[in-house]
Design a protein around this ligand. Structure first.
Ligand code: TRP
Ligand code: ZN
Length: 467
């Protein structure tokens, strides 16, 4: 294919006309968003990321983060330009395939114009050198994510769009990738992230931590915790046969309560494997951050983050997300109930299996007076949140879990557990949406009629009639 050298051209459309005139294959810019129903500008069109290699240094004193992100991606169309999502930070240089690329910023979009066009199917490497004080992002519902400074370090959390505060990328759950996260900090601090710690070296008063995540990960569950942490390493025996490495980090202020609840982790994992099938990742653990570091817990891959020591129920919830959310990831933010409905159901199941209320009792109490504790429970159906501000509201969590219980009531326990485990197995390390789920359930119980459950519980407005 003939390539243009766009020496003096700055306007993409002019480039296109010229490409056409010169008889070359026509490329177009990749889209600036993936048209997610709730976050239309999240992610970008025209390529799939396969790997992120981040090499960053952080200085907590002046809150300065800087380094490079090297992104390996495959073009899914002929590309003259493409976007990365990045908010804040100063971009210093961008290269594509080792050659300097032109770039511009437009809100949260970093628009990259490579030196030569990229062909559909071509694997290419982008490096972005950047630095600055990363932003804390405020969500539509008022909660804070992105880069959250702490007294002695920082916590990076990404659901739904916070990861663009600390690295450029294709920040949408539909594009999962492997990661190498390398971070250098003053030597008295720890760095904890996803996957496994591959290397740790100290020179000249600074320590470099290299964390590797081989299994596909959505960027919203990438995590970084920098600060003073008590680290403990052990193993648990996993159903997959191996010894699973456990890496936990507990902020000193949370030491006692943190260690006490984390002692339950092996039991919770064993219980979860019995119910949901083999643990999907090659290591586990938890990060118990200082209490004020964040306003919520998050199921960050391998190693969920808690703001202060969690209770057992919250630990169960975030561990369940490793199957439902992190391994089976929603195709869009509309499919959040597939994360939160399952993780909430896991809490109910844990109670049932550990001497508490049966799920049936929890379901009935939720139906009768759930609004008392879960405001707006019947405001909208789980599969169709009314706005981006409401994707983490009770209809997604509790009413989402009620959908699962309606399925269990219809098919009985045997088939229900087959469905729950089969769903995790069928989409392991992949992505799925609500249609995939309803089709999966129907296929596993072909003699049952689910149309009323879908119409009333999953998609219907208002409180369904008492069954
Ligand atoms: N996923 C988290 C949990 O329930 C909750 C959460 C934190 C969340 N931030 C969010 C949900 C942003 C939706 C959007 O474990
Ligand atoms: Zn959750």
């Amino acid at each position: 294919m003939s390539r243009l050298t766009p020496v003096a051209l700055t306007v993409t459309s002019a480039l296109l006309v010229l490409t056409a005139c010169s008889g070359g294959v026509q490329g177009t810019p990749g889209g600036s968003g993936l048209r997610d129903p709730y976050f239309p500008k999240a992610g970008n069109g025209g390529y799939d990321v396969t790997h992120y290699a981040l090499d960053l240094a952080y200085d907590p004193e002046d809150r300065h983060l800087g380094g490079t992100a090297e992104i390996t991606a495959r073009a899914t169309q002929d590309l003259t330009a493409f976007d990365l999502d990045l908010t804040g930070m100063k971009v210093e240089q961008v290269t594509v395939e080792g050659e300097r690329a032109r770039w511009s910023r437009n809100g949260r979009e970093l628009v990259v114009r490579p030196h030569g066009d990229l062909d559909d199917g071509e694997t290419f490497r982008v490096t972005v050198r950047y630095s600055g004080t990363p932003e804390t992002v405020t969500d539509a519902d008022g909660s804070e994510e992105g880069w959250l400074p702490t007294d002695d370090g920082a916590l990076a959390l990404g659901e739904p769009v916070g990861s663009m505060a600390w690295f450029p990328g294709n920040h949408h759950p539909s594009d999962k990738a492997s990661y190498d996260i390398t971070v250098t900090v003053p030597e008295e601090l720890e760095v904890v992230s996803n996957g496994e710690l591959a290397n740790r070296t100290t020179t000249d008063g600074r320590t470099t931590f290299r964390w590797r995540t081989a299994e596909p990960m959505a960027s919203y569950v990438a995590a970084l915790a920098i600060g003073d942490y008590d680290i403990s390493r052990s193993t648990v025996t996993s159903e997959t046969g191996g010894e699973l490495p456990v890496y936990t980090a507990v902020a000193p202020s949370q030491a006692d309560a943190g260690r006490e609840v984390l002692a339950d982790l092996p039991d919770i994992l064993e219980w979860a494997e019995t119910n949901f099938g083999p643990y999907p990742f090659s290591s586990t653990g938890a990060i118990v951050a200082p209490k004020k570091a964040a306003g919520y817990a998050l199921e960050t891959q391998n190693r969920p983050v808690f703001p202060g020591a969690p209770d057992t129920t919250t630990l169960v919830h975030e561990i369940a997300h490793q199957w439902y959310g992190n391994s089976v990831t929603p195709k869009s933010w509309r499919d959040m109930w597939l994360n939160e409905g399952f993780a909430t159901y896991a809490e109910w199941l844990w109670d049932e299996d550990n001497g508490g209320d049966s799920v049936q009792e929890t379901f009935e109490a939720m139906y009768d007076h759930g609004e008392d504790d879960h405001e707006g429970l019947w405001d909208f159906p789980p599969a169709e949140p009314t706005s981006a501000a409401r994707i983490s509201d009770s209809p997604v969590y509790q009413r989402g879990a009620m959908v699962l219980h309606k399925i269990r009531q219809t098919v009985g326990d045997g088939t229900f557990y087959d469905i729950v485990q089969g769903w995790a197995a069928a989409h392991r390390h992949g992505t799925a949406d609500t249609d995939d789920f309803t089709a999966f359930v129907e296929k596993h119980a072909p003699k049952k009629d689910f149309s009323g459950i879908w119409a009333d519980w999953l998609y219907g407005d208002g409180k369904p009639d008492r069954p």
